[in-house]
Design a protein around this ligand. Structure first.
Ligand code: GDD
Ligand code: MG
Length: 355
């Protein structure tokens, strides 16, 4: 089965990090988020993927190439202007055939059992299967109501609070029959959630919801993106990190014997941690970072080649690549520092500030 991955969004809520990298390419424990999705597909026998791209499209091709290095065939289709979540699918029609295909939203970290979902789709003779997950506040999502046979009876994108009648939401994965493409003209903007799903329901097409209750995280905000790194470290997001007592060490690290490291941690290749530094997990110090003497880091995420001075205090913050922090810099919880910033010594950056 082929998979279409929708990755045309600008990732505005993850700015300034997404000024440097598109959201699906931001690292989770040293590896682009999108690689986790591709590995999940590969595990379930999907080896042909079509990326539907817009914003910062070249970052994908530079990293994944033609896919051969990942045991896959990858196509890249770039939109001149955003065609919406359904227009983007119509736009790759020439790469699809007359069989069912998968569509992924490009910002969901999960361990869905794709094989089971594909079997469910076949058994139900479904025209459109939507994977569903329960959430506490469904108003930010597409909300789905089911009948007793898992048939979808209603789909409402981002309903008002008073309209919510279910806590099951669209988890961002569909299996579609190719007939859906007949509902659209080429080169026009369509939303699958607001236009196509409601139209299919009105036409009584067989649509089913597959309920998924495993790990699911939309990585779209600083809190959720940091949480997805923490969850990967703690094992809540079940992937094998090959750690030693909760700490993943890269190659050629230089960690002072006077530094105190508390698991779970991910430390990339060539990281230097100087004397008296304290790193408290869950935290990610990506490749080539240098941590100064007596610097305290707890819960933070540092992208590659960022350097801290001595005596800094970094609380659960997110720092892009190639930043340079002077001595005694303090950065508060969920502050986001974009790549290539220089922060002068003694500066205090309050929680939730973006720079
Ligand atoms: N190629 C392309 N073109 N991709 C697009 C476009 C477009 O015009 N617009 C959005 N996308 C991609 C985004 O990059 C993202 O991967 C995916 O489509 C969904 O768009 P978001 O902007 O992230 O939507 P959302 O998070 O508000 O809501 C969607 O996801 C929820 C689950 O997280 C909806 O599908 C909801 O129904 C769903 O519950
Ligand atoms: Mg999203």
């Amino acid at each position: 089965m082929k998979a279409v991955v929708l990755v045309g969004g600008e990732g505005t809520r993850l700015r300034p990090l997404t000024y440097d990298l598109p959201k699906p390419m931001v690292p989770i424990c040293g590896k682009p988020f999108m690689q986790y999705q591709l590995e999940l597909m590969k595990d379930h026998g999907i080896d042909e993927v079509i990326f539907s791209l817009g914003y910062k499209s070249s970052a994908f091709e530079e990293y994944f190439g033609d896919g051969a290095g990942f045991g896959m065939k990858i196509h890249y289709i770039v939109e001149d202007s955003p065609l919406g979540t359904a227009g983007a699918i119509k736009n790759v029609e020439h790469l699809l055939d007359d069989s069912s295909f998968l569509v992924f939203n490009g910002d969901i970290l999960s361990r869905m059992n794709l094989t089971e979902i594909m079997n469910f789709h076949k058994e139900k003779k479904s025209a459109c299967t939507i994977v569903l997950t329960p959430v506490d506040d469904p108003t930010m999502y597409g909300v789905v109501e089911l009948d007793s046979n898992s048939g979808i009876v209603n789909f409402t994108e981002k309903p008002k609070k008073e309209e919510v009648r279910s806590n099951l939401i669209n988890a961002g994965l569909y299996i579609l029959e190719p007939g859906i493409l007949k509902r659209m003209e080429p080169a026009r903007k369509y939303s699958i959630e607001r236009e196509i799903f409601p139209a299919m329901l009105a036409d009584k097409e067989p649509m089913f919801g597959y309920s998924y209750s495993g790990y699911w995280m939309d990585i779209g905000t600083p809190f959720k993106y940091l949480s997805s790194n923490h969850d990967t470290l703690t094992g809540k997001m079940p992937v094998d990190l090959n750690h030693r007592e909760g700490i993943v060490y890269g190659k050629n690290t230089d960690i002072s014997t006077n530094a105190v490291l508390t698991a779970p941690l991910w430390i990339g290749d060539n990281v230097i941690i100087k004397s008296g530094a304290k790193i408290e997990g869950p935290a990610v110090i990506d490749r080539g970072c240098i941590i100064g003497e007596k610097t305290k880091i707890s819960g933070a995420l540092l992208w590659e080649k960022t350097k801290t001075g001595n005596g800094c205090i970094l609380d659960s913050c997110l720092i892009g690549r190639d930043c340079n922090l002077g001595d005694n810099v303090k950065i508060g919880k969920l502050a986001v520092i974009g790549s290539c910033n220089i922060i002068e010594k003694d500066r205090i950056i309050e929680a939730e500030t973006c720079i």
